[in-house]
Design a protein around this ligand. Structure first.
Ligand code: HEC
Length: 160
């Protein structure tokens, strides 16, 4: 009688072990994929004309007038101070090179990417693709003001 009880306990332990193991595995798998990043977008997914995409963030409309050389200089300084840890104008580093970026993206999109990258890489189709292309390394918020982002944009007008 005593022996049977013992066997039963062992069986219970074994079942318990099986269950905890399964649950653990499931949780692990879920953690690997950020839950709010749509998984159906891959670097190969075609997007509508990127120049029509204004991105997601505070910037709704940018008017590019004559090039403002003073702003270009200030933008260049800001870029060198805040962005070159991950970017280089001409070559791929942790992030993409910026040469010619305004031929690929609308000015609004570029400013929203600078000001609001965390939301962009979750919701904007181009940014989601870029994130996957750049090994899931997220571009981080640099805490710039809209005015500072606008100066960097002015600098980007000169880096074709
Ligand atoms: C921590 C590294 C990091 C820093 C710092 C950083 N970026 Fe990025 N940036 C990235 C990565 C990586 C991507 C590609 C998207 C992604 O993976 O999030 C990117 C994408 C971009 C893009 C889109 C490029 C394209 O070809 O469409 C722009 C524009 C950009 N960054 C501008 C900036 C500017 C301006 C700054 C400085 C204020 C900056 N980034 C700072 C890592 C960084």
């Amino acid at each position: 009688m005593k022996f049977k009880k013992f066997q039963f306990l062992i069986l219970l332990c074994f079942i318990g072990f099986l269950f905890t193991d399964c649950n653990g595995g499931e949780q692990q798998a879920k953690e690997d994929i950020p839950s709010d990043t749509p998984s159906e977008i891959t670097p190969e997914t075609p997007v509508d004309d990127p120049m029509d995409n204004l991105g997601i963030g505070p910037v709704k409309s940018v008017v590019l007038g004559e090039l403002d050389q003073a702003m270009v200089e200030e933008g260049k300084k800001l870029y060198n101070a805040k962005c070159t840890a991950c970017h280089n104008i001409k070559t791929r580093l942790i992030g993409p090179p910026q040469a010619g970026v305004l031929k690929r993206r609308s000015p609004e999109w570029v400013m929203n990417m600078i000001l609001n990258p965390t939301e962009m890489i979750k919701k904007d189709p181009i940014a989601i693709k870029l994130l996957k292309e750049f090994n899931n390394v997220p571009m981080t918020e640099q805490g710039l003001t809209e005015e500072e982002a606008r100066k960097i944009l002015e600098y980007f007008r000169t880096v074709d």
